[in-house]
Design a protein around this ligand. Structure first.
Ligand SMILES: Nc1ncnc2c1ncn2[C@@H]1O[C@H](COP(=O)(O)OP(=O)(O)OP(=O)(O)O)[C@@H](O)[C@H]1O
Length: 572
């Protein structure tokens, strides 16, 4: 958490002025009981109206100064904490953007959202409260005690005893509560994760009629959370009655002892009222301090969770400068590449070794989980090879600046992801300066032009995740988005799976006939989608089972033959 405080560095002035103004406010507050005492002892006792009016004006002045100091302190604390929150959020977002898929997989999306939102808010409000109260409350507690000592030494001792006992009770309850708050936070995380999963997977849940089951599970988690919250709530609710009882016992003692001392003329009646006021101030401030410590603890826990994300460094080694290009006959070369996912038992890919010439269309086929996606995901460095190397234009892909590498590659992922915005905005994700003409060219190639026409043009608004489009329409837009980039290398990862056979065939034809054709990797489960590729890579259990044309493979590769025959028979 400490490391996060660096994001306050641009708000040093506010971080100093906020607490200082709070101390000023506290100082004015500490003078109030003295003024009241003076009013009683000198004004009321003597019936001196002028003196009372004068002191009354001083009280109003102290009140106004206190309010002004408080407002100024709130202003600076809010400025520092919101600025801190803004910079921390920005830094975390930037850091997450730099992580590779491996780290994203390990951290998990829903926990990152929680850290970015509710944890971040908790840390921000913790900073705000700390700036306002961390100095103020102890200042008032000890200030009130010192004032009590200056009024009457014996009463001061009573104050010291009261502060000690109250601190033990308040700290005890607080220490009891802190681990329980952490457990409650963990249960809240579970509820949030479930909400997120249910909202994103609502269609699947309904399709499988799992609403009741999910509602039951949610109710369980929700009840566990409520139970934990109630338990910690009950314990923390002990704070007020206990502290009030203790402080009132001390007040009884104080008034009893003071009354005797008033009778003997050691202290005045005004002094008793002042002491009583100081005792009340101590109570209020100790409770505030306890709440503050709980808030700080929650914030530190949340801050540590945010810090954990910062601690995850990207496994991507990044280069800033373009390497010298080694002229090569091949655009892509996989040299004995292995891939082992973090936390996975064994290699997902083993000894992948092949070369691709510029302009070639390579089909990749294989059973579910055979490693097709893993293979193509390594080219844009979504995952890095654990052994071996991959060359692009003769240069190790790890030697390219990431932006240069990814600019050369157009990727159409298995899952068609679109963003809220117009069709134009979405296609421009591929290339920001693409003209409408270029966008239409890409849409035509992707067989998506008639979809745009049917939706009324490029200004049609796509909803978040493209939920107002069919699966096939989304796929066509994601293909157009990759094509508008004019990549040297185009990766289509099962991205025509939702297209009907004739649209799929028209798409392949259009791609094959492109004037300046990128080298292509077409991943598919359908033989018909890849059988006309220049070469086909057949994957089985993370290894290459065969490479060649469809005809060659039908003779030489049993895996391919089995896939081909099973589908060929079915398709006919
Ligand atoms: N992010 C990941 N973390 C851990 N293991 C993974 C990850 N992605 C894939 N795998 C594993 O790697 C293997 C290959 O998966 P991959 O997605 O590459 O297969 P695929 O041939 O593309 O499958 P499909 O046709 O079903 O998409 C599988 O055993 C899978 O469980």
């Amino acid at each position: 958490m400490k490391k996060l405080l660096i994001y306050l560095k641009n708000y040093k002035k506010e971080s100093i002025l906020g607490p200082l103004f709070k101390l000023l406010e506290a100082t004015f507050e500490l003078f109030v009981p003295l003024v009241v005492a003076a009013v009683i002892d000198h004004g009321i006792m003597r019936g001196d109206i002028n003196y009372i009016t004068y002191m009354f004006l001083i009280l109003i002045g102290l009140g106004i100064l206190g309010v002004l100091s408080s407002i100024t302190a709130q202003y600076y604390a809010a400025k520092a904490s919101t600025g801190f929150g803004k910079e921390l959020r920005h830094a975390l977002f930037f850091h997450i953007q730099g992580l590779s898929y491996s780290e994203m997989d390990a951290l998990g999306t829903s926990t990152m959202i929680t850290r970015m939102t509710s944890d971040m808010n908790q840390v921000q409000s913790g900073v705000n409260m700390t700036l306002r109260l961390l100095l103020r409350s102890p200042f008032i507690v000890f200030g009130a005690m010192i004032m009590a000592f200056t009024i009457d030494f014996r009463s001061g001792l009573l104050f010291a005893a009261a502060i000690f006992i109250l601190s033990v009770v308040v700290l005890g309850i607080m220490l009891w509560c802190i681990p329980l708050y952490k457990k409650t936070q963990a249960k809240l995380d579970l509820v949030l994760r479930m909400v997120r999963e249910n909202l994103t997977g609502v269609r699947v849940i309904r399709a499988f009629c799992l609403e009741e089951e999910e509602t039951r599970k949610f109710q369980c988690r929700n009840e566990e959370l409520a139970k934990a919250q109630k338990y910690v709530g009950r314990i923390s609710s002990l704070m007020n009655p206990l502290t009030y009882i203790i402080i009132n016992i001390f007040i009884v003692f104080l008034i009893w002892a003071s009354a005797i001392r008033v009778d003997t003329g050691i202290i005045t009646q005004g002094a008793v009222v002042a002491l009583y006021n100081y005792m009340s101030q101590i109570l209020v401030e100790l409770i505030k301090l306890a709440n503050l410590i709980i808030t700080i603890n929650k914030s530190v826990a949340c801050g540590n969770r945010i810090q954990d994300v910062f601690e995850v460094s990207s496994s991507l080694t990044l280069k800033d400068y373009m390497p010298a290009i080694n002229p090569s006959d091949y655009i892509i070369e996989f040299c004995h590449v292995n891939l082992c996912y973090s936390n996975a038992g064994g290699n997902a890919l083993a000894d992948i070794d092949f070369k691709v010439r510029p302009g070639e269309i390579i089909g990749i086929i294989g059973g579910t989980g055979s490693g097709k996606t893993s293979l193509v995901n390594m080219i844009p460095r979504f995952y890095d090879a654990t052994e071996g190397k991959i060359l692009l234009d003769g240069v190790n892909i790890k030697d390219y600046p990431l932006k240069v590498l990814r600019d050369k590659i157009g990727v159409v992922p298995q899952q068609a992801v679109l963003f809220k915005g117009t069709i134009r905005d979405n296609i421009k994700w591929g290339r920001q300066n693409a003209t409408d003409e270029e966008i239409f060219q890409a849409l035509s190639l992707a067989q998506a032009k008639e979809v745009v026409d049917s939706k009324g043009g490029l200004d049609y608004m796509i909803e978040q995740n493209g939920k107002n489009l069919s699966g096939g329409q989304k796929q066509r837009f994601t293909i157009a988005r990759a094509l508008v980039k004019n990549p040297d290398l185009l990766i289509l990862d099962d991205s025509a799976s939702a297209l009907d056979f004739s649209t799929d065939a028209a798409l392949r034809k259009a791609l094959a006939e492109m004037e300046i054709r990128p080298t292509m990797f077409i991943v598919s489960q359908r033989t018909s989608s890849i059988q006309h590729c220049d070469r086909i890579i057949v994957m089985e259990d993370g290894c290459i089972a065969g490479i060649g044309t469809s005809e060659d493979l039908l003779h030489s590769c049993q895996v391919y033959r089995e896939i081909y025959e099973s589908q060929f028979t079915r398709e006919n």
